[in-house]
Design a protein around this ligand. Structure first.
Ligand code: GLU
Length: 297
């Protein structure tokens, strides 16, 4: 497949780079298998590299046993990836640097409101939610004075760092991304980003040195990822990722958001709902071939 080079990363020499980036906070289910296999095959047919990245930034949820299980389950599926595998828990300095760069641009502010306070402040029935279904942050602390912020900090109040989205978008061109099925010989489609739908996203918390949005953008750039293949559930997040990539002057990867694997009731598979895991099916005697065929691959 030939494409016009349209991003800084693609302008560089060398093969394209795909990645699969699971979080070790549960066992992998068939949705993960589908995503991993798709990345693996896309890398194979395009002669690209494949990275595995362990997204263990949330130290309260990540467990070593789940990381070991990721290697076992992907190995059982017949996948191979480059070593050494990078873990996000080793990358906290890089996230701090990215936060400092955004702070120098005057785009971060501390937010002390708890989820409960946000819910109370937005209790009207027509208050909007972000694409994840979380109540949109009302922005009340955005214009707080320095003195008031310092006073809250002096009281030891925990806070999150939020991106001032309106200010961040001010002066940026309309953002978009390139979406293309890596198996189709088609020119990428241009998708308009809608970052305002997310409001002032959290980029770090007291117990979390970087949010998913920040860490994923910093690491994809650091690892030279040129092609991001992930589930459609993450498609809305791409709007935020394009903002952060632009502000931090990072290369623009290409994207493909694939269909989601659903359970018998038509619901999306989720660790939090206890969806059936790859290892449970393996232990019940299902073969690798049968599992892969069941995914429609
Ligand atoms: N770590 C994320 C997850 O487990 C995936 C991140 C991504 O592919 O951008 O859902």
């Amino acid at each position: 497949m030939t494409k016009e080079p349209t991003s800084k990363a693609e302008l560089g020499a060398g093969p394209r780079v795909f990645r699969f980036a699971p979080s070790p906070n549960g066992y992998l289910h068939r949705g993960h298998a589908y995503s991993a296999l798709l990345n693996h095959r896309a890398a194979e047919v395009t002669g690209s590299r494949l990275l595995l990245r362990i997204e263990d930034i949330d130290l309260t949820r990540a467990r070593a046993e789940f990381e070991t299980a990721i290697y076992e389950d992907l190995g059982w599926l017949g996948l191979t990836w480059e070593e050494p595998v990078m873990r996000q828990s080793e990358r906290f300095d890089a996230y701090r640097e990215a936060l400092a760069a955004l702070d120098r641009l005057g785009l971060l502010y501390p937010s002390f409101m708890s989820r409960r306070e946000i819910a109370a402040a937005t209790a009207s029935s027509d208050w909007p939610c972000d694409p994840d279904g979380t109540t949109l942050y009302p922005g009340v602390e955005r214009e707080w004075s320095k003195a008031r912020r310092e006073a809250e900090m002096a009281r030891g109040q925990p806070y999150a760092l939020r991106l001032d989205m309106t200010r961040a978008l001010d002066g940026l061109p309309a953002l978009s991304w390139r979406e293309a099925d890596p198996f189709a010989q088609e020119a990428p489609a241009t998708r308009a980003a809608d970052p305002a739908a997310w409001g002032d996203v959290v980029l770090a918390r007291k117990a979390l040195p970087a949010s998913y949005h920040l860490s994923v953008v910093v690491d994809d750039a650091f690892q030279g990822v040129t092609d991001i293949v992930r589930g459609l559930d993450l498609q809305p997040s791409t709007s935020v990722h394009r903002v952060l990539q632009t502000l931090l002057d990072l290369p623009e990867p290409g994207y493909f958001h694939h269909r989601l694997i659903l359970d018998e009731t038509g619901a999306k598979l989720a660790k939090s709902r206890g969806s059936e895991t790859i290892r449970a099916r393996r232990d019940a005697g299902e073969s690798r071939e049968a599992l892969i065929a069941g995914l429609g691959l």
